[in-house]
Unconditional design. Structure first.
Length: 203
C-alpha cells in the first residue's frame, strides 16, 4: 500500500514539474531567461558578458521572459537594486511585446540606445527581427544581435577588443535579414498600390 502511494506521489510530482517547466526561469551571471531563449544563445551571451565585465567592470545583463510580472521599467528598477554600477539591462517581455535598455547613470553615453530600440529595419538591431513574420524563431538571434551590439559599443567606447565578439559574419547575416524584411514591406506596398490602380481602371 505504501509503495503504491509512493509511486503515485512520484508520478504527481513529475507531472507538476513538466507542467511548470515552460515557466521556469534560469539565471547565469549575465543572462536571466526562460524558454523564450535558446540555451546556446544564452551561453554565447554569457561568454560576451563575462569578457566585457572582466575587462571593463561593466555588467551587461540580458533578461528574456515570455511574460513580465510587472511593468518593464518597474521590473528593471527593482532588479538593479542589488547591482553595483556601471551596469546595463537589455530586457524583453515577449507577451507584452516590450523591449527596453536600462543603464546606470553615465553609461548611456557609451552606446546608441535609440538605434538599439529602433523599429526601422535599416537601423534597429532588435525590434525589426522580433516583429518579423517568423517571430517564434527570431527571438534568440534578435536578442543575441542586440546584446552583441550593446556590449561591443561599450567595448569600443572604452577602447577594448572583445575576443568573444560575434563579428562581421553575424552582422552580414543580420543586414541580410533586415534587407529581406524591408524588401518584403516594399513589395507589399507596391502590390497594394497596383491592385488599387487596377481596380480603378476596371471601374
Amino acid at each position: 500500500m505504501n509503495t503504491l502511494l509512493h509511486d503515485k506521489a512520484k508520478k504527481l510530482w513529475l507531472l507538476c514539474f513538466i507542467a511548470l517547466l515552460p515557466v521556469l526561469v534560469f539565471a547565469k551571471d549575465f543572462v536571466v531567461y526562460d524558454d523564450v531563449l535558446e540555451e546556446k544563445t544564452a551561453q554565447k551571451i554569457e561568454e560576451m558578458g563575462s569578457e566585457l565585465f572582466a575587462k571593463t567592470g561593466v555588467k551587461v545583463i540580458l533578461i528574456a521572459k515570455q511574460k513580465g510580472e510587472e511593468n518593464i521599467l518597474t521590473y528593471e528598477q527593482n532588479f538593479v537594486k542589488n547591482l553595483t554600477p556601471p551596469y546595463a539591462l537589455l530586457t524583453l517581455f515577449k507577451a507584452e511585446q516590450k523591449v527596453d535598455v536600462y543603464a546606470s547613470s553615465g553609461l548611456e553615453k557609451e552606446f546608441d540606445r535609440e538605434a538599439l530600440l529602433s523599429p526601422l529595419p535599416w537601423k534597429g538591431t532588435i525590434i525589426p527581427l522580433l516583429t518579423s513574420k517568423k517571430n517564434e524563431v527570431s527571438v534568440s538571434p534578435a536578442l543575441l544581435n542586440g546584446y552583441a551590439e550593446l556590449v561591443e559599443e561599450i567595448a569600443q567606447y572604452r577602447k577594448i577588443e572583445l575576443e568573444s565578439s560575434i563579428g562581421n559574419a553575424n552582422r552580414t547575416t543580420i543586414n541580410l535579414v533586415r534587407l529581406l524584411i524591408y524588401g518584403f514591406m516594399v513589395v507589399v506596398v507596391v502590390l497594394i498600390i497596383y491592385k488599387r490602380i487596377k481596380s480603378r481602371a476596371k471601374s
